[in-house]
Design a binder for this molecule. Sequence first.
Ligand code: ADP
Ligand code: ZN
Length: 214
Amino acid sequence: MRIILLGAPGAGKGTVAKLLSDHDGSVQISTGDILRKAVKDGTELGAEAKGFMDRGDLVPDSLIMRIMEMRLQEPDCEKGFILDGFPRTIPQAEALKALLEKLNIILDFVVNLEVPKAVILDRLTTRRTCSNPECQEIYNIKSNPPTDDGKCTKCGSPVIQRDDETEEAILNRLETYNEKTAPLIGFYKGEKLLKSFESLSSMETVNEIKKHLG
Ligand code: ADP
Ligand code: ZN
């Protein structure tokens, strides 16, 4: 499959992307994961991105497009991909359109995950993430907690609250989403690629998406 996942922070893009990737081997491409790994590895790219990320601001479009232009040409993308957290702005969506045309890639569709704001806020403040950049398993202190001593059940690394998961950064991320990313819904409607899924569980959403893939 070749799809884009759209949705506010906390809408469940990461979880849905992982389940879809397990389904048919399409690779999950999360710009957030790529950037966090770059920060952790101390690369030049990471140093450039860190300040924006910690504040909950978007990283500049030019930097994101540099990453994605290379990423989409890696061999593992040939069997399909699930874009999680990209594109995030109209300029990114336009640059992606041109890039896909250049690479002769056709998208199946764009999935819009619609989740009520109260649910999103509750999820984000209770969310924890495995600190191992190779793992990054997502936990929730209420519904899906790590071990009693706060370790990842998959890899044993400490499970932490991300720097951008303080209340202030969360509110900023939601504002940024409304201002910069929500307009993509109209963009992809215009492209006749949009399919919306209203506040379903991740499992139900994945089943619906599979039906549409035919
Ligand atoms: P979220 O949980 O907010 O969806 P992500 O893991 O997708 O978070 O991204 C974390 C941070 O990485 C964002 O707040 C932003 O600073 C940066 N980032 C990720 N993807 C993009 C993108 N496509 N464009 C600009 N910034 C991005
Ligand atoms: Zn882990």
